[in-house]
Design a protein around this ligand. Structure first.
Ligand code: S3P
Length: 449
């Protein structure tokens, strides 16, 4: 896909539903009794992978453009899948489902695309093993495919029929143990995986993280009726709740809004209103950082929707200056760091991104892929062990961008291209389907040439 400089961006948009919240709404709806109705669900490839996995686990899901209906079967209602569960490109699907499946009394296999097969799963295998789960990395490399054997009652008489597995699944007995887990990484996927396994444990399960990661699991599970409490960076869940289906209106995804925030700040004369964006304090790091950089961003019309705070964001072109981004704020903007790096190129002075080694294990190694592409565009960017250093004020020029099939890299550099001299071409640009199928159309709608 080809891009060129634009004179300004102007107008009003709404971004699609939040990816993290959309995944969880389907998952928890499947484990609840009765029907869960989801509106503003993100119809991106990652969330569709979650739907397909739960359909293979026996859950009926109606997907229409207006709403999703998940016909939940209760905590013990999933049935053995006839096939491998394909999680596509989605880390959230893989890790959260690993927690749920570890508590089921049947066998399952989780696998995804090449990126998923190289992302670290030891971070969930360790706590799940401590809980007594039988889950292994099939190739022994700490990555997917993951084999989960919940079929403990019949380990000496394998193989058993699917029907027999289904009968065993009905047995009311939790074989996982409640643990207190101190996670070495601030990761909502790890935290959620362990808490979800905790639904099937014999006692309370808690997770303490080094910094607070996004808390959508805690908020939404509470809404479904789970006994889950948070104190500081520790979340504790009690097993065997009766979850009740509910209505969920998914707020707009701040991670998707980030590209338009950045584009409006970057292109002179721009003014963009982004409606109905989730501003959960565990996700709003980008707002705090762009304000620190001197960005003109106004938070309007604050509301709460389904236990999550939302607002409209009015963003105007601004003269920016470099900042240091590190410490406790990192989990609150981890997915926005690629586009913040692009923004840093237009800021005066130096921007330092540190404490962000997690960038290396995302859909691509985002320290390398950001620095590689910024350098191709003529920016002054240097990779570090835990982030990157960007010297602002070097004008960007058009280049061929390697997206590495990473949706956030493609979208970040589409933004960079709008302020660059000369044309830019983004390879594998359709990877934006993972989280934002209409991204290019929405971007084009704001560009006044
Ligand atoms: C997510 C958590 C984050 C984030 C990812 C979505 C989630 O990952 O990067 O895009 O939905 O829980 P980690 O929890 O691994 O940091």
């Amino acid at each position: 896909m080809k891009f060129r400089r634009v004179s300004r961006l102007a107008g009003e948009i709404a971004v699609p539903g939040d990816k993290s919240i959309s995944h969880r709404a389907v998952m928890f709806g499947a484990l609840a009794n009765g029907t869960t109705e989801i509106t503003n669900f993100l119809q991106g490839a990652d969330c569709l992978s979650t739907i397909a996995c739960f359909e293979k686990l026996g859950i009926a899901i109606e997907n229409t453009p207006e709403r999703i209906l998940v016909h939940g079967k209760g905590l013990h209602g999933l049935t053995a899948p006839y096939d491998i569960l394909d999680t596509g490109n989605s880390g959230t699907t893989t890790r959260l489902m690993a927690g749920i499946l570890s508590g089921q009394k049947f066998e399952s296999i989780l696998n995804g695309d090449a990126s998923i097969q190289s992302r670290p799963m030891k971070r969930i295998l360790d706590p799940l093993a401590q809980m007594g789960a039988d889950i292994v990395s099939v190739k022994g490399n700490g990555c997917a495919p993951l084999h989960i054997n919940g079929n403990r009652f019949c380990q000496n008489c394998m193989p058993i029929s699917m029907e027999a597995q289904r009968e065993l699944a009905k047995a009311e007995h939790n074989f996982l143990h409640g643990i207190h887990y101190t996670s070495p990484v601030a990761s909502a996927q790890v935290k959620s995986c362990v808490l979800l396994a905790g639904l099937y444990a014999d006692g309370a399960t808690s997770v303490t993280e080094p910094q607070l990661s996004r808390d959508h699991t805690e908020r939404m599970l509470k809404g479904f009726g789970a006994d889950i409490r948070s104190e500081g960076t520790t979340a504790t869940i009690q097993p065997d709740p009766v979850l009740q289906g509910m209505k969920i209106e998914v707020p707009g995804d701040i991670s998707s809004a980030a590209y338009f925030i950045a584009a409006a700040l970057l292109v002179p004369g721009s003014e963009v209103l982004i409606k109905n964006v989730g501003i959960n304090p565990t996700r709003d790091g980008i707002l705090r950082v762009v304000k620190d950089m001197g960005g003109d961003i106004t938070v309007l019309n604050k509301k709460t929707s389904g236990g999550e705070p939302t607002a409209d964001l009015l963003v105007k072109y601004s003269d920016l200056h470099g900042v240091t981004i590190g410490g406790d704020i990192i989990p609150a903007l981890i997915d926005e760091l690629p586009v913040l790096a692009v923004l840093a190129c237009a800021a005066s002075g130096t921007t330092v991104i540190k404490d962000a080694q997690e960038l290396k294990v995302k859909e691509s190694n985002r320290i390398d892929t950001v620095v590689e592409n910024l350098t191709a565009m003529g920016a002054c960017a240097e990779a570090a062990e835990d982030g990157m250093i960007i010297e602002g004020g070097h004008p960007l020029s058009g280049a061929v961008i390697q997206s590495h099939k990473d949706h956030r890299i493609a979208m970040s550099f589409a933004v960079a291209a709008l302020a660059a001299d000369g044309g830019t071409e983004i390879l594998d640009a359709d990877c934006v389907n993972i989280s934002y199928p209409n991204f290019y159309e929405t971007l084009r709608s704001l560009c006044d040439r």
